[in-house]
Unconditional design. Structure first.
Length: 362
């Protein structure tokens, strides 16, 4: 496991998160698409490892009924009767604080000997009550966002035959992680050596390792991402998960650090059809796609030449007919392959990756 993932003070080894095969996902009282994005992604990409969703408010139905993903995975009121080896906290709430009513549930899980995996900004290992309970039960407290990254970028080139594709967006929370995962899966299904590289808490929970760049000291973001790429550059193609947006008043710094740290050969631009304002900042209008695409290409190319190779459209708020019209309009305007990876599949974007690889001789 990467040094970016810190376990309980009582732990002798840091577990690979992929090693958990009986996961209970906690969404207590927050089982909505807005809050439970982590839970939904775990159900979608690690569904075979999830034994139950824990939410007493909606208990008695299935994850498929609750979220639209997870099929017959049960939603239960407590850990009683569950054969689980870990409790993953499945939501991201404002400020990254633990909901007060979760404390008793987490403590119960620790007492039962389950490891606790959290992507919140409020770290489990800083909680005296949880640490004391974990020392008694042998549980590990794993704070995905806690890290010890402290190196700056060297600027040295990566392995020449390693093609790096990075997802970027008009705004935050558009589906950059999903696009990276879906394109990686498509390429792998074609027999290509493609790897997903996680840079956020949910991506790390899915893939087992990565760097939580939004919790790295600003001077070290570029270096942390560069080191992350070097740990994966034996693969032929890397799909690097994007974060934030280069124009977001709050999160532009981490976006720029990612662009320069991973030195992408190609960019996939992501947007949500119909969104007009920056998420969380309704007074700030989103910039036009042309301005954003040109800006990403310019800023990324300060490190090395970069191309925008495709556009990922999030059309969740459009009807099938509206989505088809939007896709056609964007293809005509930008001359790039455009698709919604859920509605259309990821093949058009995977094709663009393969074309870039041939063009660059990689």
């Amino acid at each position: 496991m990467s040094s970016s993932l810190i376990a309980s003070p009582t732990s002798q080894a840091r577990p690979d998160l992929r090693g958990y095969r009986r996961i209970a996902v906690l969404t207590e009282g927050l089982s909505t698409p807005f809050y439970a994005k982590t839970a939904m992604s775990l159900l979608r990409y690690r569904g075979s490892d999830v034994v139950a969703v824990l939410d007493s408010v909606t208990a008695g139905i299935t994850a498929g009924e609750l979220f639209g993903v997870g099929a017959e995975t049960p939603v239960v009121a407590s850990l009683d009767g569950l054969e689980a080896d870990a409790l993953f906290l499945g939501t991201s709430v404002a400020g990254g604080k633990l909901p007060p009513n979760w404390r008793a549930i987490i403590r119960d899980a620790i007492v039962r000997g389950l490891d606790i995996v959290s992507g919140n900004h409020e770290f489990l290992v800083n909680d005296a009550e949880f640490v004391e309970a974990a020392e008694k039960s042998g549980s590990q407290l794993i704070d995905v966002r806690k890290n010890s990254e402290c190196s700056t970028s060297t600027g040295e080139p990566f392995r020449q035959q390693c093609l790096r594709i990075h997802t970027v967006g008009q705004d935050c929370s558009l589906g950059k992680m999903v696009v990276s995962l879906e394109v990686q899966r498509e390429l792998a299904s074609w027999g290509l050596d493609a790897e997903f590289v996680a840079t956020g808490q949910t991506g790390i929970m899915i893939s087992g390792n990565g760097v939580p760049v939004d919790c790295v000291v600003s001077d070290f973001v570029n270096g942390a991402v560069e080191a992350l790429i070097r740990r994966h550059e034996q693969h032929d193609i890397l799909l690097v998960e994007g974060q934030g947006s280069i124009s977001h008043p709050s999160f532009s710094a981490v976006t720029t650090g990612l662009l320069h740290g991973c030195a992408p050969d190609g960019l996939i631009y992501c947007y949500e059809a119909g969104r007009r304002h920056v998420k969380g900042l309704d007074q700030v209008s989103l910039l036009p796609h042309r301005i954003m695409i040109d800006a990403y290409k310019t800023v990324a190319s300060l490190r090395q030449p970069t191309q925008v190779i495709g556009i990922a459209m999030n059309s969740r708020n459009l009807s099938p007919e509206e989505a088809a019209q939007e896709r056609s309009r964007m293809e005509d305007e930008f001359g790039l392959p455009v698709c919604d990876v859920y509605r259309n599949g990821a093949a058009p974007l995977a094709d663009a990756v393969v074309r870039l690889r041939k063009e660059l001789g990689k």
